[in-house]
Design a protein around this ligand. Structure first.
Ligand code: ACO
Length: 434
């Protein structure tokens, strides 16, 4: 192998430059040495959507999009989904290693004992309109937590960071459950410390008049695996927002609210909600070819298909498909699954999708499972946010502790007006006036 050096010739000047290559990247700041004259700002790279820009070094999640590989801290997602609980996975992501039995006990105890919400937070949620979207409630309430825990600003204090980590992982399901019950007009349910993290979440959502809620073990396990599959996905849109907001040293509650807002969009975590709406719109298997035609004509997107990084089957979608079978044994088969399977079959054989390497992503089947489990569509991105919280925290912490990180502040190519003088409105005239 040759030297780790990139030689560039700037044909504007005839100058040649040598740029070191480290970890398969050049340092963007090295481009600035490439100038046409002494006062020139220097060369930049243009990369809308950050398609080819590494903004950080990370040890959390590895993805090989071409091969369909996803690993948390080196462990394949398939093994984690089979052998670990969500709380173990959260500990792995945040702390770097799988916890020992006693570490897991302590971690679980601390998270379990931070699930209660301040009564004023409940009142805050009560203030939302009866039909408020639960994702809007979640985003605002997580931001409001910042006002309840002002010490969270001590972001460089490891103990404080850990406390906010417990609070965030513990309270987001409680907020999510309150948002759901608010919409349903049901009284809020207090956490039950005898239950698992996921079992308690189902309890806070679905407990009615019985004194004790007993989650169905199959559904509890399925939900836990779904949280694991959503826990992290390296520098996705919401994780980048988490790092971006956190880079200004805002507290983790505000940063998490920003990340959740990014997740809400239909191109990101809001896609599972859109998949359900799409499947309902298609209505039956026979209508699938006509819908595929609309997609190919550019009229609509096939929601739950395509991914910025995966150019192969999303490994999470494979696991979710297996969970779906187990869930349907308990809940009964959902007719939407047949439409989804038909869509997938036709799309995977179609030149349009093959050429663009469009495969089902994590959101394609998760919505169908959520529907079978009785969640309203508006809750789907909220469920995604619960699982993703541990990943956001891991990304935020890694960013804070990385001495090379700075406040996130990209450059731009300015193509607007050159210098011009401002004319007061009374002198400017009105082009609509004759
Ligand atoms: N349906 C139809 N065509 C699609 C789809 C889709 N779902 N996704 C991409 N394409 C097409 C584009 O139109 C484009 O075609 P062209 O080359 O003829 O212009 C080509 O495939 C490449 O697409 P891009 O938009 O450049 O891909 P990008 O990496 O920017 O977008 C994204 C990725 C946003 C996920 C996109 O595939 C999409 O919108 N998918 C649907 C929404 C969705 O499921 N989002 C969830 C992603 S998973 C997650 O966030 C957890």
């Amino acid at each position: 192998m040759g030297k780790n050096i990139l030689t560039l010739t700037d044909h504007r000047t005839g100058e040649t430059y040598e740029l070191p290559i480290t970890n398969g990247t050049i340092n963007a700041m090295d481009l600035r040495k490439i100038k046409t004259h002494a006062d020139d700002f220097g060369l930049m790279s243009y990369d809308p959507g950050f398609k080819n820009t590494a903004a950080c070094k990370s040890k959390i999640t590895f993805i090989d999009g071409e091969k369909g590989i996803l690993r948390y801290r080196g462990y394949p997602i398939e093994q984690i989904a089979e052998k670990c609980s969500y709380l173990e996975t959260a500990s792995l992501l945040v702390n770097g290693e799988l916890p020992t039995k006693s570490e897991l006990g302590e971690w679980t105890w601390n998270i379990t004992h931070h699930t209660l919400l301040h009564e004023n937070i409940k009142k805050f949620i009560e203030g939302f309109r009866y039909d408020a979207h639960p994702m809007g409630i979640l985003i605002s309430t997580v931001a409001a937590l910042s006002t309840f825990y002002p010490e969270a600003k001590n972001i460089m204090d490891a103990e404080s960071r850990l406390l906010q980590t417990y609070r965030l992982i513990a309270k987001i399901p409680s907020i999510a459950a309150c948002a759901y019950r608010h919409r349903m007009g049901l009284p809020y349910v207090y956490p039950d410390n005898d239950l698992s993290y996921t079992g308690n979440f189902l309890n806070m959502l679905f407990k009615m008049t019985r004194p004790k809620y007993e989650p169905d073990p199959v559904l509890e396990k399925a939900m836990d695996v779904l949280f694991i599959l959503h826990a992290d996905h390296e520098q996705n849109c919401s994780a980048s927002v988490m790092r971006g907001v956190g880079s200004s040293h805002a507290d983790p509650f505000c940063a998490t609210a920003g990340a959740a807002a990014a997740l809400y969009g239909p191109l990101h975590g809001g896609a599972n909600e859109q998949v359900l709406r799409m499947l309902n719109e298609i209505g039956c298997k026979d209508n699938v070819p006509a819908y595929i035609k609309r997609v190919k004509d550019g009229g609509v997107l096939l929601m739950g298909f395509g991914h910025r990084v995966y150019k192969n089957y999303d490994p999470r979608a494979k696991i979710i498909k297996q969970i779906a079978d187990k869930v349907f044994e308990v809940t009964g088969r959902n007719f939407l699954l047949d439409i989804a399977l038909e869509l997938e079959k036709i799309a995977l054989e179609d030149e349009y999708f093959i050429k663009r390497k469009l495969y089902p992503n994590v959101d394609f089947y998760s919505g169908i499972i959520y529907q079978a489990m009785g969640f309203p569509v508006e809750l789907y991105p909220v469920l995604f946010a619960i699982g993703r919280t541990s990943g956001w925290i891991a990304q935020w912490q890694e960013m804070l502790l990385d001495p090379q990180q700075k406040i996130a502040r990209p450059r731009q190519i300015y193509l607007g007006e050159e210098y011009r003088d401002c004319i007061p409105v009374e002198k400017a005239g009105d082009p609509t006036e004759a």
